[in-house]
Design a protein around this ligand. Sequence first.
Ligand code: ADP
Length: 584
Amino acid sequence: MKQILKTVWQMDRRNFLLILLLNIGVALTSSISIVLLIPMLDLLEVSIGDSGALGILLQPFAGMNYLERAVAIIAVFIVLMLLRALLNSFATVRQNAYLERYEMGMRKDVYQAIGSASWETLSERSGAELIQLISLQCRQARFCLQWTIGLIASAFSALLQLVIALWMSLPVTIMALVVGASFLFLFRPFLKKSKEYGQKAVEVNRELHRETQNQLSSIKEIRAYGAEDHHRKLFAQISQKYYDISLRTTQLRVIPQLCYSVAAAVLIGIAFVFSVLILDTGTAQLMVLVYIFSRLWPVFSSWQGQLQNIQAYVPAYETVQASICDLTKGQREPQSRDGSVNFTQQITFDKVGFTYKSGSEEVLKDLCFTLPRGSVTALVGPSGAGKSTTADLLLGLLQPTEGRILVDDVALDSQNLGAWRKRIGYIPQEPLILNATIRENLLRFHPEAGEEEMISALKRSLAWPFIEKLPNGLDTVLGDNGVRLSGGERQRIVLARVLMGDPSLIILDEATSALDYESENFIRQTIRSLREDTTVLIIAHRMATIRGADRAIVLLNGRIEEQGSLQELLQKQDSYLTKMVSVE
Ligand code: ADP
């Protein structure tokens, strides 16, 4: 909580103080309106007794006749209520604007931290986790701040209520104060429990998001396997956990509120018996009771609730802050935008080794190979051999921990990586197709491209023939709400998007699963349709694709097992490639 207060203070103290003042203003006007009951009762000729303190409230109206007094009291009351309503509306708008700004700022910080995080740091977190961080947890952190502001504001207004209550009656106020404070002390374990439940809620939420994302992305497989029941049960189990934790948090909130209400009833009874029935002090003491139990007592019970709410949301706040810190710690090196790279001859891996920060073993060892300009190379090997890591190194997402990567004779470093990436086109296994028009899909990564550029790229990727036939052409909506394309057609659009950047090197991660004849054909045709000087590296999983390449590199356990021209490798009887051919 200290950290939250520090953040609040550093962020925008002017507005924070204004919100506090407005809240105090609301509390002040409400208190005075209640105190006005005294002259009102006096007007109705109800005896208020001879309490000196309360008598002061009658002084301003002394000397007025009945009608003047009635008008004056009602006028003051109306003005006060109006002022209260105005202050309240203003405070609500200001406070919400302040909190929305805080939430937006935090979301921006998370987004920036994700943007600046190194690839390695980022790949340790799932997409579902990051989405949850940006959406749900930022929202919950905002609630944490909201309750904290509420608590500080009510502390100030409590002070005010306390002064008025003490002025009205010392013994009754002290009785309420002692019982209220002991309740707060008594319910301290509830705060600890709230935080514990809050932490669990963050974990269950994460689990729920992850499971939802997993199930949605594998909906086809689930149906194909007929595994709906099992998945439904899994989902129901996590939903139940979510329900349980929410219910327990609510129960935890309700118990103290119940105790406060019972205590209020008992205290009113005791105070009433002593001050009114036994001491017979009249209406004035009744007013004190009304005031204390309508204004001061709720402060205690709402503090308990607010403190529990804060504790319940503190874990979300801490998760956001810790994630920003983690992502920023694993920041990628700043990359110069001015560097340039000349790629006229070859890319060379010179004794490249790589170890992930989170792993102890070297996953790539002593890689030495070249990719001559205009060549088509297949990178082959079993799962876990290091193919994706090699591609990530080539993309500049990871930096070698040993050796160097040279483009012509220049080693890739933070000075020229930015320029190098602009010359690469990357086609992942599951490329992004937006639920939008073909035009929007193409412009997403090349916002300045013109119509001709788009059509030319679509022609080169062999997508134009089928797009031309669509009634809305480039403005056809793809995806769930539009035209459904075959896997091959989608790949062609993605390739057009890549070609619009006029890349010198294309890295193509062939889909491991469900590769049909059309997709295999796509890869072969693509390679043929590319300009002669375009270099291609395909992470290949099947012979049909490999055959489209002119060279192959076989990786096994992070080392190069064999490399050379396809013909050469296929002639060797016990080569990995020869074995691959015999299996297919
Ligand atoms: P391939 O693409 O050939 O399947 P990868 O390059 O994905 O192989 O993985 C090579 C090795 O590096 C594997 O042992 C894998 O477990 C490990 N690895 C991959 N990504 C990470 C990561 N982010 N952190 C730690 N180890 C990783």
